[in-house]
Ligand binder design. Structure first.
Ligand code: NDP
Length: 259
């Protein structure tokens, strides 16, 4: 350590612009705040107002830009990324966080609930990654980092979440494929696999005392995760410290998968 304190530059996102999907709430908001705390500028994308995220980032002394886009339309999502890149400034990172879940027995799941989940959670993740990579590759020497938000259900089956589990297994697959295709092109592709995190997504589970108790009893850390737990892992995967990581999937689950 020097007399001026530790050198944390490997963990800094100063001067970096990071696009985070679904930044208005939950894990996306946690990622946005962690990126801002590491010095990055956040371009938050979503359907809803992002005032709360903007306030939290401002309070952390960071910079935030909000962009409205319905990510169910993957072509529109890719066009949005191009617009951001060319109109308001190039990007150094992309975090594919936005996601939805539909709970139903597999025999009851509708085709619409299958399609909706696959479109947002998987197809748009690929299309945004492709759009990001095309822009990075168009500028010789440029580098970029993609972080996909997977799930413990990228590794397990689960119950009553068929389309979600399929989408998250798919996210794992494209994370690994794109990591291999782009590793020598200056683009790192990695993923974070959250466990059970306190967000709107899990509100119904937490409200059910029996379900909530059985989930908690299986988490070695003995608590639900917080959005910032995921945010800090994502910030690491966006920073220079993780430059040699390609195709890694980092569980942030209180030990759920280790059990
Ligand atoms: P939330 O439901 O709290 O937030 C989901 C986010 O995705 C919101 O910002 C939402 O925006 C956005 N979003 C959904 N659909 C669209 C769309 N069509 N267009 C634009 N934005 C959209 O969920 P979480 O924060 O819990 O989940 C975030 C990610 O983490 C998801 O990929 C999820 O699968 C994953 N995950 C979550 C876990 C958990 O325990 N919470 C566990 C494992 C993975 P809007 O409000 O505008 O709809």
């Amino acid at each position: 350590m020097s007399s001026t304190g530790p050198d944390l530059s490997a963990f800094s996102l100063a001067g970096k612009r990071i696009l985070v999907t679904g930044a208005n709430t939950g894990i996306g908001q946690g990622i946005a705040v962690s990126v801002a705390r590491a010095g990055g500028t956040v371009v938050g994308v979503g359907r809803s107002a992002m005032d709360e995220t903007a306030e939290r980032i401002e309070a952390a002394g960071g910079h935030f830009e909000a962009v409205r886009c319905d990510l169910a339309d993957s072509t529109a999502a890719q066009a949005m990324l191009d617009r951001v890149w060319h109109d308001s400034g190039s990007l150094d990172g992309l975090v594919n966080n936005a996601g939805i879940i539909r709970r139903a027995d597999a025999v009851e799941l509708t085709e619409a609930d299958w399609d909706d989940v696959i479109d947002v959670n998987l197809k748009t993740v690929f299309m945004l990654s492709q759009g990001f990579a095309r822009n990075v590759l168009a500028e010789p020497g440029r580098r970029g980092k993609i972080v996909n938000i997977a799930s413990v259900l990228s590794f397990q089956g689960g119950i009553r979440v068929a389309s979600y589990t399929a989408s998250k297994h798919g996210v794992l697959g494209i994370t690994r494929l794109l990591a291999c295709e782009w590793a020598q092109k200056g683009i790192n592709v990695n993923a974070v696999a959250p466990g059970y995190i306190e967000t709107n997504n899990t509100e119904a589970l937490r409200a059910d005392p029996d379900r909530s108790a059985s989930i908690l009893a299986r988490i070695p850390a003995g608590r639900w995760g917080r959005p910032e737990d995921i945010g800090d892992a994502a910030a690491f995967l966006l920073a220079p410290a993780s430059d040699y990581m390609h195709g890694a999937v980092v569980p942030v689950d209180g030990g759920w998968l280790a059990r």
